[in-house]
Design a protein around this ligand. Structure first.
Ligand SMILES: C[S@@+](CC[C@H](N)C(=O)[O-])C[C@H]1O[C@@H](n2cnc3c(N)ncnc32)[C@H](O)[C@@H]1O
Length: 280
């Protein structure tokens, strides 16, 4: 078995995988198990060399790197910049045994999970805030984050039930843009937060298909578009925005769907609406 304190360990066989420093890389394909490993070990995983580089550039602290043999050279600058951080390398088949999936993007890094941020902290100075209500799919969340950052939205709030923005797949789909978006968890549901958002000067709108919703192309939407501070609630994939939230919002906004389809995928809907409702 590999020495447990070596800085660079080449993993040759399944026996080498007993190194406890490799625990953050196990059970990657099981979201529920993963949640436990991430919270117990206080880590998140950055996947692909580009995402690892973006996490480092954003100031995150690496605990270890796991690289396919053939990526070691292209990652040499990163390894040199972090001389104390353990590096595990190995052939694809050994890494697949460890992680449970084919590590086709070359690099993984286990990083210290940052402390949760208070809501007030991420709202400070923000003019456009996404409120993610119970969205469970990490791919959707990653896509929404990428859109939000690309279109200049300032912050994101998530309900306790919503997916984890620092789950490996969410980070990867966001292309590492999640490291640029201030975000915080709400203590409870969106409805309970509406009064404090309003007190902070936010107009609160729901992106949802409802009878009273204003079309995204409607002139009546102008006050929402022009709001100095806007919080936009996105609903859960199946049920949509909760009725208790809709009962409190200042307006609902719908993307008209002339072909009679029920709804758009939430990430697609966000891409359309976040552009229209951006700060100007
Ligand atoms: C797939 S939808 C939820 C299901 C939807 N409530 C229905 O009855 O078909 C998930 C979320 O995407 C957003 N969404 C999807 N299509 C939309 C549209 N045409 N206009 C506004 N929001 C939309 C909303 O935020 C919604 O809560």
């Amino acid at each position: 078995m590999a020495a447990n304190n070596a800085r660079h360990v080449r993993l040759r066989s399944a026996e080498d995988l007993a190194d406890p420093r490799l625990t953050p890389y196990t059970t990657l394909t099981d979201a529920a198990l993963r949640r436990r490993v991430d919270s117990e070990h206080g880590v998140f995983l950055a996947e692909s060399s580009q995402v690892v580089r973006r996490a480092l550039a954003a100031g995150h602290t690496p605990r270890s790197f796991l690289l396919g043999d053939r990526y070691r050279e292209s990652f040499a600058d990163v390894l040199a910049a972090h001389p104390q951080v353990p590096v595990f390398t190995g052939p694809d088949e050994v890494l697949t045994t460890l992680t449970g999936f084919h590590l086709h993007r070359g690099a993984l890094a286990a990083m210290d999970r940052p402390a949760p941020r208070p809501v007030a902290d991420v709202l400070a100075g923000a003019r456009r805030v996404l409120v993610v209500e119970d969205m469970v799919d990490h791919t959707n969340l990653g896509a929404v984050v990428r859109t939000a950052v690309a279109l200049g939205w300032d912050a994101m709030l998530l309900t306790p039930q919503a997916a984890d923005p620092l789950y490996r797949r969410a980070i990867r789909v966001s292309m590492g843009t999640v490291f640029r978006l201030p975000w915080a968890r709400l203590d409870g549901g969106v409805a309970a937060s509406v009064p404090s958002l309003r007190e902070a000067g936010f107009t609160v709108a729901a992106l949802e298909v409802t009878d009273r919703a204003l079309g995204l192309d409607s002139p009546e939407l102008e006050p929402i578009r022009a709001a100095d501070r806007l919080a936009l609630v996105l609903g859960q994939e199946g049920p949509g925005v909760r009725p208790e939230t809709l009962a409190l919002t200042d307006a609902d906004v719908v993307i008209p769907m002339p072909a009679g389809v029920d709804s758009l995928n939430v990430a697609a809907a966000a891409a359309v609406a976040l552009w229209e409702l951006r700060a100007r």
